[in-house]
Write a protein that binds this ligand. Structure first.
Ligand code: ZN
Ligand code: ZN
Length: 347
C-alpha cells in the first residue's frame, strides 16, 4: 500500500472491519453490522445486531442462528451503500449461497474471497472473478500437493465403493460435512444412480434447504424415522463426522466407513481418523485454483488468511505479486461494538 492510500479494511479484535462503512465481514464476536460470506459456523456466528448475506444463504443462516435474526438478503451483484462505501456479494463456489464480498470506495476496490473453489459443483453458483485492487484470499489448501479432480470422478469412486460393499453384504457409511459436502456428494451421485440413500437426522434440515432451492440430489430416508431394527445392508448412509463412533452407529451391523474431504489427499490422514476409505473432495480452492484466481483478479496486493499463508505469499512474491498475511493489515480497536464491553474487546 502506498502512503497516500489508506486500508479499506483493517483487523480488529472482532474480525475484519471497514472503518468508513462501519461493518464487519464474518466477525468473530457480536458486533452491530455483520456481512456474512456463508453459512459455515466459523463464518456465520450468533449474536450480531444485523446480518447481510446472499439470498441463497438466508435460510441456512436462519436455520443455524435463529429464524428471528435481523437479516438483509442480497442478490448476487446487488449493491448496498454503507456510509458511501459500496458493498456487493458475488458467487464464491464454495457451498450454496457462498459469497465473496466486494468493498469499494471512490478510489479502491477490495474483494474478500471468503472460502471458495474453482471446480464445478452442481449445488452452487460457480465462482466469479471480480477485478480488484486488493484481494483477500483464503489459503486452506495452499500447497502444491493439493490438486483436485472433478467432483464427478470422486462421486464415481464413492459409487463403486458402495457397490463393492453391497456385494460383500456391507453397509457403506460416508462421513462428510453436513453443510455443503453431503449435498454435493448426493448431487454428483445422480450421475450414477437414482437409488435412495439414508441420511443421519442432523443432515436433513440442510438437505431440505438445498432441495427447496431446486438442487437435484439423490432421495434420502432419515435414519431417525426408521425402526432401530431396520436392515441397512447394502445401503449407503451419509452422516456428519461427529456421528462417527457415536451410539448412532450401533444400528448398523457390518459396515465400511468412508470420509470425503480435501484432507484425504494427505498420506495417513484416513488411517489417523479411523476410516476404511478416504475420498478426496474439497470445497476449497486447490493450489492452482488459488494462483489462477489471484492472477485473474488483476489485483496489485494479496492478503492471505485461513491456512498456509506463508507458502502462498512466498510463492506469489516469487512471481512478482505483492502478497502478505492478512495479519499484516493495520490493527484497530473498534469504535462500535455490540454487547461487548470495552474490557472484553481489548483482551
Ligand atoms: Zn466454509
Ligand atoms: Zn471457512
Amino acid at each position: 500500500m502506498t502512503a497516500t492510500e489508506t486500508a479499506v479494511l483493517v483487523n480488529t479484535p472482532n474480525g475484519l472491519y471497514c472503518p468508513d462503512g462501519d461493518f464487519y465481514i464474518d466477525p468473530y464476536r457480536p458486533v452491530g453490522n455483520a456481512i456474512i460470506t456463508h453459512g459455515h459456523s466459523d463464518h456465520a456466528r450468533p449474536g450480531m445486531g444485523s446480518y447481510w448475506c446472499s439470498a441463497a444463504s438466508e435460510p441456512l443462516l436462519r436455520h443455524r442462528l435463529g429464524a428471528d435474526i435481523q437479516l438483509t438478503a442480497l442478490e448476487y451483484g446487488q449493491q448496498v451503500a454503507f456510509n458511501g462505501v459500496t458493498v456487493s456479494l458475488h458467487p464464491a463456489g464454495h457451498i450454496r449461497g457462498s459469497a465473496q464480498v466486494r468493498v469499494a470506495n471512490e478510489s479502491q476496490v477490495w474483494v474478500v474471497s471468503g472460502d471458495y473453489k474453482r471446480c464445478y459443483d452442481p449445488t452452487t453458483e460457480p465462482f466469479e472473478v471480480i477485478p480488484c485492487d486488493v484481494f483477500i484470499t483464503e489459503a486452506t489448501f495452499a500447497n502444491p500437493i493439493y490438486r483436485w479432480r472433478p467432483g464427478v470422478e470422486t462421486a464415481g469412486e464413492i459409487y463403486d465403493w458402495w457397490m463393492t460393499n453391497r456385494a460383500q453384504g456391507l453397509t457403506s457409511i460416508l462421513f462428510c460435512y453436513a453443510l455443503g459436502k453431503v449435498q454435493r456428494v448426493l448431487a454428483e451421485l445422480v450421475n450414477f444412480t437414482q437409488e435412495p440413500v439414508y441420511a443421519h437426522g442432523a443432515v436433513m434440515p440442510l438437505y431440505e434447504i438445498y432441495q427447496q432451492q431446486g438442487v437435484a440430489m439423490l432421495p434420502v430416508q432419515n435414519t431417525a424415522q426408521l425402526e432401530k431394527s431396520h436392515d441397512y445392508t447394502g445401503g449407503l448412509v451419509v452422516a456428519p463426522p461427529s456421528a462417527h463412533r457415536s451410539t448412532w452407529m450401533k444400528r448398523f451391523k457390518n459396515v465400511s466407513t468412508g470420509f470425503a474431504s480435501g484432507w484425504m489427499q494427505v498420506r495417513g490422514a484416513r488411517r489417523r481418523r479411523g476410516y476404511h476409505r478416504g475420498f478426496v473432495m474439497s470445497d476449497h480452492a486447490d493450489w492452482q485454483g488459488l494462483i489462477d484466481t489471484v492472477q485473474q483478479t488483476g489485483c496489485r496486493q494479496v492478503y492471505a488468511t485461513h491456512g498456509d499463508e506463508e507458502t502462498l505469499t512466498r510463492y506469489l512474491r516469487s512471481i512478482d505479486v505483492q502478497a502478505d498475511s492478512l495479519s499484516s493489515l493495520p490493527r484497530l480497536q473498534p469504535q462500535t461494538t455490540l454487547q461487548v464491553s470495552h474490557e472484553t474487546a481489548e483482551q
